[in-house]
Design a protein around this ligand. Sequence first.
Ligand code: 5GP
Ligand code: MN
Ligand code: MN
Length: 329
Amino acid sequence: MKNNNWAEAVNFLQEGDRFLVVSHIHPDGDAIGSTCAVASILDQLGKSYTLINASGVPEKFAFLSHSKRILTPEQVREGDPFSRVVAVDVADAERMGDIEPFIAEDGHILNIDHHPTNDRFGAVNLIIDHAASTTEILCQLADELGLTWDLILAESLYTGLLTDTGGFRYANTTPAVMKLASRLLAVGVDAAGIADRTLETMTQNQLQLLQRSLDTLTFADEGRIAWMWLSRQDFIMTGANENDMDGIVNYARNVVGVDVGILFRETSTGDVKASLRSREIVDVGALAQSLGGGGHARAAGCTLRGSRNEVERRLLDQVKQRLREGSES
Ligand code: 5GP
Ligand code: MN
Ligand code: MN
């Protein structure tokens, strides 16, 4: 045991029963991979549990065995609220969506996460911000619990590791990550198959959404900032949903000379969700947090209120200022 948190997390899982396992809304591969990995861990511990995600499971992660058991709030049958909750890859409680009715008043949350902006909302917090993915933390937790990495667990762990490192390309791709990936492949994980499903395959809806967003691509600050917009109309016309936006913001960030890429999206509530990606100068996690959101230094997001012009100006002013500060230091 490296410190208290590991022991507390182990106790939380070993001593409790009837867990609710939850991740963040609009789940990515780490969110679903972590939820499924905790299910495997609880299976091995002989515990009962319910898996929930306020947004459901994107089709591309449906290959993970336990994902079929992830329920939307509407699908959870009436019953006592849960007194033991495991939140994975969730930076703040709000990111779980509307699942409060399922948590008992005296309920305890085990908060396992790698976001530097995590606000430690759990009764027990296992926050390792140098971990590349939440599943990297779960690899170690499974070891601490003395469990076997069977194929179903390994596929879930690998999916989080693969997707949160952008296919082992981002700066969080450490020797530790590669060692874990190697161990997971040795269990029999189909690396090519998972990469194809989660990183390469696009639906027609997604491609049409990309097409529309590229139409709005705009540059500022001598090409150091690039941004795009997706309106409600874009989603209606393409039949796409919010899960189909995955990866689109990278097209802005990837342009040569760009440090910060942004995708603005009008939400159904009339707000604007901004996804931010940066190359090396601006810490977009800190920027997003200053605007009520959060994330990592290179990938973050926040929700803003106001007209299209106002929101755009407010965020771009912040980015420009931080680019200036970053370039000076
Ligand atoms: P994305 O742009 O893909 O939605 O999110 C990128 C990263 O920022 C993810 O790690 C995600 O968890 C985090 N993130 C995005 N939006 C928010 C937000 O509104 N609040 C917080 N705390 N984190 C966010
Ligand atoms: Mn995530
Ligand atoms: Mn993650």
